[in-house]
Write a protein that binds this ligand. Sequence first.
Ligand code: NAD
Length: 233
Amino acid sequence: MKNAVVTGGGSGIGRAIADRLRADGYNVATLDLNPSDTQNAFIANVTDRAAVDEALAGIRSQLGPISILVNAAGLDSFRRFSDTTFEQWQRVIDVNLNGTFHCIQAVLPDMVEAGWGRIVNISSSSTHSGQPFMAPYVAAKSAVNGLTKSLALEYGPMGITVNAVPPGFIDTPMLRKAEGRGFLGDTDKQIEQTPVRRMGKPEDIAAACAFFISEEASYITGQILGVNGGRNT
Ligand code: NAD
């Protein structure tokens, strides 16, 4: 049984990924800022390396070494760039990019030791064309895509694949909150602009992650697989 850690696994996309991996037969632990009722749920802020290390130590003592990591913890932000303080910029970079750094670096020794590993980073379709009022978020998620490609080259020889899934417009608490605050415009219009004419489901993202993690995907690394209903924005 392989052990998987899903950050942001308490809600939305991360939760669906954790459920899917459990259904596929993996041992799954989640790591989230907030408590959740899922199995093996650990609380940690991904921006705090000591807290990440402590949570991972707990997961290792419960399940054993970790060979799969999905980085789904994320924080959005909507503000005009000229009104963005450096602290606000830094917070978004910290959760979306530095949190990914901490979690990957903290689990890599297990994967290197095993000579097998799977890392999937959840970025964002906003990285394809940019997004007004979301500059720090898009900058952080674009960096996650770059990190993905670089680590794929560095760790491929050690049996570890690193891929990214940039989701489109996915029906989650994060998206609904942004919609409720008037940041997303008309949802029906967004659906109209999506070739497959529906919002994405968290399970759509989980399916792509499950593929990257599967044994059949061992020849696929450094890839950015958009799951967006055909809409690359
Ligand atoms: P969500 O808000 O429902 O879930 C995000 C989870 O991350 C929450 O449980 C939250 O507690 C956790 N989290 C946030 N900051 C954290 C931190 N510092 N440490 C640990 N956990 C933290 O959002 P979602 O829509 O499911 O988003 C999941 C991922 O997908 C995010 O990275 C997000 O940026 C990305 N994404 C979502 C969409 C979308 O349309 N929903 C689109 C593109 C990208």
